[in-house]
Design a binder for this molecule. Structure first.
Ligand code: ZN
Length: 464
């Protein structure tokens, strides 16, 4: 099944395909800045990218996808936090990297194949800056910093469609003391003892000691770990400008090659209908929600419940709904596991429409809708025994692509009992109460009681 994603550069739905002769699909996702815990808005992007990774592996093969996500461990915010706490930069970034990894694990996100840090790639960044200076795309300013000369790259602005006039307005807020043009951006920042403490490295040839600007790290790490041209570059929509625009300028001017064949941006998360902020009291980290009693899997489900190209409104009620929906999925998995028939069966196509919706621009709301309708079909069809094992494998594949880690259903209920219960439930739904009562007696005689809920039932052994 072809995977199609909306490409932010060409503004059209395009099929994803590996472009390198080795058939490996190269995929880069901008990672977090490790100075504080990531909030659930950050995790929306990472969880969406995790499903994309799983889908790519399903399409191209697990060993034919290479996924890289960086960790920004030096910038104004990380240095600011280290100064505020009076602790070394590396200590602060290690602490928040570990927290980020623990949250990713709790949310069942696969580890990227590489997670490079900016501070361990200073050499690669300096090399790239020197390359840009040699080619005339960058210049040394009076204070020893290095800037990228935007006027040297004619295609600048193609991704964000930003016009020259807007560019000047947008960038004039940043320091313009040393730049030739207000829209130029920093590749290397000269050391300022009052701001940078003891954070500094030897600079590119001719420049002062200092530290890299933020944008160059992604260009340099992509080149090292994925090569000059990648198949897909993703991130939150807030990174589209200027970060990704600047990455394109740096990489294409240095390498002389197309940088990324496809760009994908996921939208913002709103909480209670508005942007998240600590002052509004609607700012959540994963730990905040776990402390309130919600499971990380419910958070994952809720983050996946909206279309990634649209803003998603997250509420605590959406977490309640997510917990319920996951219980439903687990329940059906249990139902199928209990009733499994060992006879080999042809593959089930029951969940094909769910996967098709995922492959169509990650349409999560449609995919989840199709998943829950498939359950209605199973139930309506009275579970023909010979199809159960095929349905179960197909369902487990879908659960795996969504990345839902579900507790194994406790399957101590014999299949004959489940079959009776299903028959009784169908009779009750059809308002055939006489048949339903008869079946309840049959179940009781076999030692089981059936507790009816609004949309489902539970089976429990009768106490002796
Ligand atoms: Zn980046």
């Amino acid at each position: 099944m072809a995977i199609k994603l909306f490409d932010s550069l060409t503004r059209e739905l395009r099929e994803l395909k590996p472009s390198h002769p080795d058939g490996v699909f190269r995929f880069y996702n901008c990672g977090p800045t490790v100075y504080a815990p990531a909030h659930i808005g950050n995790f929306r992007t990472f969880v969406v990218n995790d499903v994309l990774r799983r889908l790519l592996e399903l399409e191209f093969g697990a060993d034919k996808v290479k996924h890289v996500r960086n960790l920004t461990d030096v910038d104004d915010r990380t240095i600011g936090q280290s100064k505020k706490e009076g602790r070394p930069l590396a200590e602060i970034t290690k602490k928040w990297t570990e927290k980020f990894w623990a949250d990713c694990k709790a949310l069942n996100c696969l580890d990227p194949h590489e997670q490079p840090t900016a501070t361990s790639h200073i050499r690669e960044q300096v090399d790239m800056i020197e390359c840009l200076m040699e080619k005339g795309n960058a210049y040394r300013a009076a204070d020893g910093s290095v800037y990228f000369k935007i006027s040297s790259f004619r295609e600048y602005g193609a991704l964000s469609r930003i016009k020259e006039r807007e560019l000047k307005i947008t960038n004039s807020a940043f320091d313009s003391d040393h730049k030739d043009s207000v829209s130029d951006f920093a590749l290397w920042k000269a050391y300022k003892p009052e701001d940078d403490g003891d954070v500094k490295w030897p600079g590119p040839r001719g420049a002062s000691e200092g530290r890299p600007g933020w944008h160059i790290e992604c260009s340099a790490m992509i080149k090292k770990h994925l090569g000059e041209t990648i198949d897909l570059h993703t991130g939150g929509v807030d990174l589209l400008f200027p970060h990704h625009e600047n990455e394109i300028a740096q990489s294409q001017c240095c390498n002389g090659q197309l940088f990324s064949r496809h760009w994908y941006h996921s939208e913002h998360l709103l909480v209670d209908g508005t942007t998240m902020s600590k002052s509004k009291g609607n700012y959540y980290t994963l730990s905040d929600l776990v402390e309130k009693g919600y499971s990380p899997m419910a958070v994952r489900y809720a983050l996946l419940s909206g279309h990634p190209k649209k803003q998603l409104n997250f509420t605590l009620k959406s977490l309640h709904d997510a917990e319920e929906a996951l219980t439903g999925i687990r329940w059906f998995q249990g139902l199928l596991s209990n009733a499994i028939d060992p006879t080999p069966a042809p593959p089930s196509d029951l969940f094909d429409s769910t996967l098709a919706a995922l492959c169509d621009d990650l349409n999560f709301p449609k995919a989840l809708g199709e998943l829950h309708s498939a359950f209605t079909v199973i139930r309506g069809g009275g579970l023909p025994k010979e199809k159960i094992s095929a349905h179960l494998s197909a369902l487990e594949l879908v659960i795996q692509v969504f990345g839902f880690k579900l507790e194994k259903p406790k399957s101590s209920i014999p299949s004959a009992i489940t079959a009776l219960a299903e028959k009784r439930w169908a009779a009750k739904q059809a308002k055939d109460f006489a048949t339903a009562d008869g079946l309840r007696r049959e179940l009781a005689a076999a030692g089981w009681s059936m507790l009816d809920g609004k949309t489902d039932y539970k089976l429990e052994p009768l106490k002796k």
